[in-house]
Design a protein around this ligand. Structure first.
Ligand SMILES: Nc1ncnc2c1ncn2[C@@H]1O[C@H](COP(=O)(O)OP(=O)(O)OP(=O)(O)O)[C@@H](O)[C@H]1O
Ligand SMILES: [Mg+2]
Length: 240
């Protein structure tokens, strides 16, 4: 794919001398149909994220943070408005193209971990490498390396149900970073970790960001937010 060579709406908007945004959202909205009518979860979200940014999304429970992150991660395509990733019109993509784009660029840390129950820790970690076509011989070495870096070598043959919540969260983060994605979307990545582990994860994110990885995190923690450069506040689905 030659995404960077295309002339796009987002490129032309960025203007001369400015770097084209990695992400552009234009008037993004999301509503759920409920028995009482439409329930609006996101309203007119217009937002640019530059390549190499480390942004934080904050806001009260129910504000729409996970919903916004799911849209950014292309996990939820049922929204109104426009979403451009590297100038590519995500809102107009078919499911297969979208999946390919997400697998190539995005590492997602889920608030509820979402590990595959029937796979061991090591097998869960190998999934993104499989998607990216990393050769089998190299996969084992990369999994061993990340198990070591996350201090979870002893858990490699266990299944997710045999892990504590915090351990599952660590595996979920390891799975998001193992493929060296250019964009990491992390939903409350340290919500179940103790403070030293949380600091380790934030320092890992800071190092990855210094190396050029764009990061968008959702957090309730002011301490975690301080690792980021910009905070985006959501309330009742609005950017405030
Ligand atoms: N399927 C659904 N039908 C109706 N409303 C929904 C549905 N899914 C989510 N919502 C509503 O969308 C709103 C936003 O949810 P979301 O999970 O994005 O919040 P959040 O900001 O991530 O909260 P938290 O901090 O608790 O994780 C909530 O009010 C929730 O009830
Ligand atoms: Mg949430």
């Amino acid at each position: 794919m030659t995404l960077s060579s295309q002339t796009t709406v987002a490129d032309s908007r960025a203007g001369i001398g400015e770097r084209a945004p990695l992400i552009s959202l234009r008037e993004v909205g999301k509503a759920h149909q409920t028995s009482g009518g439409a329930s609006h979860v996101l309203r007119r979200i217009t937002l640019d994220i530059a390549p190499g940014e480390f942004a934080t999304i904050m806001g009260p429970s129910g504000a729409g943070k996970s919903t916004l992150l799911s849209i950014l991660g292309m996990l939820d395509m049922d929204f109104t408005g426009e979403y451009f990733l590297r100038g590519q019109a995500v809102h107009a993509l078919g499911a297969a193209q979208r999946r390919a784009l997400a697998r190539e660029h995005i590492g997602f840390v889920f608030q509820q971990y979402h590990l595959l129950d029937e796979l061991t820790v090591a097998e869960n970690l190998a999934v993104p490498l499989d998607y990216r076509g990393v050769p089998r011989s190299e996969r084992a070495a990369r999994v061993a390396d990340i198990l070591d870096r996350f201090s979870i070598v002893g858990k490699k043959d266990l299944y997710p149900r045999q892990l504590s919540g915090g351990q599952q969260q660590l595996v979920g983060i390891a799975r998001a970073v193992i493929g060296n994605p250019s964009l990491i979307l992390a939903d409350e990545p340290t919500g179940n970790l103790h403070s030293a582990q949380a600091r380790d994860i934030m320092e890992l994110f800071a190092r990855l960001n210094a190396g050029g990885t764009t990061i968008i995190q959702v957090t309730h923690s002011e301490e975690n937010a301080r690792y980021g450069g910009r905070t985006i506040n959501l309330k009742d689905g609005w950017m405030v």
